[in-house]
Each structure stands twice: as structure tokens, then as C-alpha cells.
Design a protein around this ligand. Sequence first.
Ligand SMILES: Nc1nc2c(c(=O)[nH]1)N[C@H]1C(S)=C(S)[C@@H](COP(=O)(O)OP(=O)(O)OC[C@H]3O[C@@H](n4cnc5c(=O)[nH]c(N)nc54)[C@H](O)[C@@H]3O)O[C@H]1N2
Ligand SMILES: Nc1nc2c(c(=O)[nH]1)N[C@H]1C(S)=C(S)[C@@H](COP(=O)(O)OP(=O)(O)OC[C@H]3O[C@@H](n4cnc5c(=O)[nH]c(N)nc54)[C@H](O)[C@@H]3O)O[C@H]1N2
Ligand SMILES: [Mo]
Length: 714
Amino acid sequence: MPKPVQAHEIIAACPHDCSDNCSMLWTAEGQTLTSVRGHPDHPYTRGGLCVKVNHYEERVMSEDRVLYPLRRSGPKGSGRFERISWDEALKTIGERWRSIIDKYGTQAILPYAYMGNAGMLNGAWSGDPFFNKLGASIAEKTFCDSGSASAYLMTLGPCAGLDTESFAHSKFIILWACNTISTSLHHWPFIAEAQKNGAKVVVIDPVRSRTAKKADWHLPIRPGTDGMLALAMINILISEGLCDDDYVAQHTVGYDDLKVRASEYTPERAAEACGVSADDIRTLAREYAANQPSAIRIGVAIERHTGGGQAVRAISCLPALVGAWRRPGGGVYQLPLWACPTHWGNILRPDFIKPGTRVINQWKLADTLLGAAPEVRSPAPPIKSLFVYCSNPVVVAPEQQRLLEGLAREDLFTVVHEQFMTDTARYADIVLPAATVAEHAEVIVSWGSFYINYNRAAIEPLGESVSNTEMFRRLAKEMAFDDPFFERDDEQMLADAFDWSAPVFETNGGLDALKNQGFIRYVAEGPESFAPHANGGFPTPSGKVELLSAMAEGGNMVGGIFRQGSEEFQDGAPVDPLPHYIPPQETAPDSSLAAKYPLAIISPKSHAMLNSQYANLARQKRHAGEQQVRIHPQDAASRQIADGDRVSVMNDRGSFTARAVVTDDVQVGLVSAPLGYWAHTSGGSSVAAVNSSRWADMGRAPTFSDTRVEVAKL
Ligand SMILES: Nc1nc2c(c(=O)[nH]1)N[C@H]1C(S)=C(S)[C@@H](COP(=O)(O)OP(=O)(O)OC[C@H]3O[C@@H](n4cnc5c(=O)[nH]c(N)nc54)[C@H](O)[C@@H]3O)O[C@H]1N2
Ligand SMILES: Nc1nc2c(c(=O)[nH]1)N[C@H]1C(S)=C(S)[C@@H](COP(=O)(O)OP(=O)(O)OC[C@H]3O[C@@H](n4cnc5c(=O)[nH]c(N)nc54)[C@H](O)[C@@H]3O)O[C@H]1N2
Ligand SMILES: [Mo]
């Protein structure tokens, strides 16, 4: 039993963009953060932490923290800086921006942010009101989940979906492209409990991941073919009469159309595409139907394929067909935070956007800085200033080589707000010091369980570091904004961020309970009884599960919560209102690149890093080792590569070096290299070097996992 909360411990929340969103407790002595542990009372995270955060005090107190404003004193990328005062930093930014605005207009400034901090106050959107007011170009943030979320919303609407805690009550669990043990560890005990009670746990993953090794059944699917597998499952459910006819009749629309569509996707056809036998596909569909309640968790890897959106569409249809929604522990988990009464309008301030402001998608940063993106071609103004916070695009965005060229532009004025001297910060003209979550108050809405977590500052900001909220208050003053919105303190921002009059906040004690306890549940029912769709009631246009999607038919998809301006997510290409299979493009067997680059590559999350965070810290470096690439013995042998050899992984976009791990955990023809390693400490490049910025079919999701490479011994 973990120790109960002690008087000296301070309520904390993990700030990372991980669906666990652990509730924690800080211990501090004066201005030193001495330790952190998991909050023992949190119903989902239950006192445990992970290899990344167990010693978060080492991150906070690290000697490598950027603690003062810096001005570049060497060539871009050299990492040479000199210390300046905050006044001077703000004055420099203000002067440069005013002169850029005079010459090119406000849209020559581009903000760039993601989830380095997942907080409601200091997260990806903490700068949106400021940059909207300034009139900067809008940065469209579709880094994660926009494709999956679009597909889910088209099918089920903005509902919480399946409670991850209620997986404990499931009888059949599919972890579909999700490496739970590494990326959402705190979900595992609930899955293990179900497993102990007889539930079968199936992992669908081209790699024998840590999670696949714990499953009852691992289906090593060919990457990018999940849509085909899901459609074949639908085919079997319908043709073998395995559907819950009553649930389908009452709570779905489009069944007859889907039936016709699914008839194209026979198990034999799917077997050929997916590399899984037709018998296995039949067994999967039959067992999925027979064992209710059945649960599916969708990982982000599916959406990183050319047809990823439609694959999630097909998977989202499955639970309704078998009536899984009838009971707690049945349905699909994708992204629950739609159910949280959040005041997005107060957080993003889309009303500040001047009509006609251009939108620049963050995946296209290289093209944007190099003047190749259509949005920045003359007569449109070029981007003359880039302001990065909560993101490390050099590592996480594609086309790394071209991106570095763009960042090296002498005429580009780059400001980076950071905790560490990352690859991206090294290209800044001005670096502003960012506080960590131990140094400011924060609120996190979990995207992996139904909780909101609170975090108190344990120490004052170290050096001259500031939180994002404080930085944007200072910038607003520098730019002479007179709207009192920009003077709000963190308390006021918290009050504005949620609809505190919502009924759920009556039930759970609202803000007071959040602050005292450290967490509150954002839906009223507990996991043992949470089955809101037992009798339908989906928040779609029809109120039913839309097997045939009205949103797609109207050409108007709702989604992409990270897109500012409106809740509408208009995409150029029409979306098929019925799920269908879009095969991989670059990695298609008959692709023209197949001869030159015979291997497909995926870049999943590293066990010991959080996206690109911790790549520079000793403890996690010891755990993760240097950049690896996992390759099948057959592919290694034909290239004279032995386990442990240093290799180059390359395609026409770029290359990176890695240590080969020869293992049949990956399939023939596929290599896997974890994301996270910094370029400047890994020989100048990392896995983003081989990725393209091409979008997938929905939500402007990336297509990283539809990439070809060759691997050669160095
Ligand atoms: N340790 C750690 N935890 C993290 C993060 C981290 O960086 N490190 N990042 C956080 C973030 S931002 C996110 S979005 C989540 C993501 O967490 P996950 O959804 O688990 O994402 P990934 O690790 O990218 O991929 C999961 C699995 O999908 C498999 N996969 C790849 N391509 C395919 C495919 O085409 N089909 C199928 N079926 N499987 C495929 C990979 O082999 C991998 O095992 O993790 C969060 N948690
Ligand atoms: N190849 C490949 N690329 C990927 C992915 C993949 O699986 N493969 N995954 C994608 C996904 S799912 C995601 S979510 C993105 C993640 O993309 P990012 O969110 O950009 O990833 P992080 O590495 O977490 O970078 C965040 C940076 O913010 C800094 N930071 C932390 N807290 C604060 C703060 O409070 N204020 C400021 N100013 N800075 C702070 C950290 O030090 C860190 O350098 O990457 C995407 N890119
Ligand atoms: Mo993510």
C-alpha cells in the first residue's frame, strides 16, 4: 500500500502529452524540488509513475535548464548565445515585430506550438489569444489525433466513448495500434484485471511490442492495412449474422449501405493485403462479437497512414454492430475529452481572429520557411518571424533537412520559449527561459481517463524562467494590447477555462474539490455503471451511430479541436460517407520507390522519452541508449548487417544513423526507429529526416508510417 498523502506534499499533475496524465505529489525544500511520487488516491493512475517522470525533480533542477533570456552570438544552429535581460529581450522582440509588421503585415509572423505542456493554461493553445489579437498567421495544429478524431466524430459524435477504467469489466479487448506498456502504462492494470477474469487481450501491431508480448493474441498486421482488416471484420459480422440486430436497428443509420460496401471486403482479400490469415480474421470477428462487452482502444499509429482516417472510421463502426455499447466495458476508446465542460472560446479566443487570416499547417513548416508552400507564395507575405513554444519541430516535424535550411535563413527572426537548449532553440535569435510545471499552477484534462488534475507550484520559477501564461502577459504589454483579457492572472484563467456551472461540477465538488484533492472526475457516473449509449443517444446529427456519415455527405466535417477559428474542419477532398479502404501510397508494393527503398519504416514512441523530451537527460539516456533501428534477421542478413552495427537509414529526403537491433519482433520488409532523439547530439539528424509532410486522408494527419527507406551498414 502506498503511503497516504503527507502534510508536506504538494498536489501535482504530470504535464506531459501522455494519456495517463498522472496525478502526483511534489516534495520541496526551499527552492529545491527534492522528489515527486504518484498520488496514491487517484482512481486511474493509482500512485504509480513511469521511467520518464519518476525523477521529474532531475528535469526541473537540471544544470542544463535555460534560466535566462539569451541572444544569439554565433551562426544559427551553432548553439552560441549570450545572456540578456528580460527587458532587452522583450524590447528586441517588440522592435523586430513592429518593423516586420510595417513592411510585411502581421501575417508575416507565425506562432508554432504543440503539447510540450499539456495544460489548459500553459499548453499548445496558451498563445492563441495573443497571436489572434496580433493578427499573426494561424498555425494549424494537426500533430496528433486530428485524423482519428475526425473519423470518430463522423461516426459517434463528440462523446466520451468508452471509459478506460471500465476495461476492467470487458470480456474481449483489442489494443489496436497502441503500445500500452510504453505509452499509456496506467491503463494496463485495468486490462490485466480483465485478462485475469478471463478476457482475451488482442494486440494488432506490425511489431511484437512490449504490449504484444503480454497479450493473449498478437496479430502482426502489415502497416497501413488496418482499414482493410476492420472492413473484413464488418463483412464477417454481417455475412455470418453475428450483429446485434436490435441495437443496429434502433441505434445506427446506414446499415444497408454498409452491408453493400462491406461485401467487397472478403476475409480472403483482406488476408492478402494485411498479411494475416483469413481464418485468423474470421476468428477475430467471431470472438469479438461473441464476447460482450468487448472493448477497443485505438492508438495514434493508425492515422499516420495515407488511409488512416478511413481505417478509424471502419473501426469506430464495429462496437455498434455487435451491441458492445450496451454495457460498461463495451465500446471504443478514442479521445474522451469531448465530454469535459470546457470553455474553448475563452481559451482560444477565435473571435480575435481577423477575417481572412491565412492558415498554415504545422506539418508544412519546411515548405513554409522555404517559401514553397502555396500560402506564402508571392504576393502573399513570406514568414519573417517564427515564435516557437511547447514544441521542438526539428525533432517532431518532417523533412528535417529542409526544415533546418529554413531555420537557418538569416532574415528569419526566430524566438523560442524553452526549458532546454533543444535542436530548435539552437536556431533561435532569442531564447526565452520556460518554467516547468513544478514552478507554476496548472490544470490538465486527461485524454486517457475521465479526470481533470490540478497542479500547484512547488517552488518559485528558477532563474528568470517564466510560465507561458506569464510570458504572454509580458508580450501583450510589450505589444501595447489594451484588452484586460491579457491581464488576467492564472486564477482568473482557470475560472474562465471551464463551465463551472455544469451539472457534473455539482456532483464532483467542482473547483474546490479539484484544488483540495488534486483531481475530479468529469463525468458523473462511475466506471462500473458508465454505459451512456446502452440506449443509443449519440451526439451525431441523427442521434445514432452514423455508419453512413451525414457530416461527410454534407461535405462538412467537424473535428480538429486544435484548429482555431471555428469548430468546422473543412478539408478540400470530399470524404466518402461510408468507410472504405485507402491503401498505403509510398509503401505500396508496386510503388516506383520500391526498388531503391525496399523497406518501410515506422517511428513509434520511445519507452523512456516523451516525444523529444528527456533525450538530453542522463537517467533516460541510460535507459534508452542511442538511436536504434529494429530490423528483421532476413533483411539484416541480405545487407550484411549484424546486431549492434552502426547503420545509415536513408531515402531521397535525408538520412540518419542508428544502431541496428536485429530481431524478428519486426516483420520482414519493415524497420522501426523510435522517435525522440535530438539531431545535434545524434550526428546532425534523426528519424524526422526521412519523413515527408504529405497528409493522410483526414484531419491533415501525417503519413510518417507510409515511408520507404534503405538501410546500409556504415
Ligand atoms: N513512453 C512514451 N509514452 C508516450 C509518448 C512518448 O513519446 N513516449 N507520447 C505520447 C503521445 S503524444 C501519444 S500520441 C501517445 C501515442 O501512443 P501510441 O498510440 O501507443 O503510439 P505509438 O507508440 O506511435 O504506436 C503504437 C504502436 O502502433 C504500432 N503501429 C505502427 N504502425 C502501425 C499500423 O499501421 N497498424 C497497426 N495496427 N499498428 C501500427 C507501433 O508498432 C506501436 O507499437 O503516446 C503518449 N505516451
Ligand atoms: N516521426 C514521428 N514524428 C512524430 C510522432 C511520431 O510518432 N513519429 N508523433 C507526433 C505526435 S503524436 C506528437 S503529439 C508530436 C509531439 O510534438 P511536441 O509536442 O512538439 O513534442 P515534445 O518533444 O514534447 O516537445 C515539446 C517541447 O516543449 C518544451 N516544453 C515543455 N513544457 C513547456 C512549457 O511549459 N513551455 C514551453 N514554452 N515549452 C515547454 C519541451 O522542453 C520540448 O522541447 O510529435 C509528432 N511527431
Ligand atoms: Mo501525440
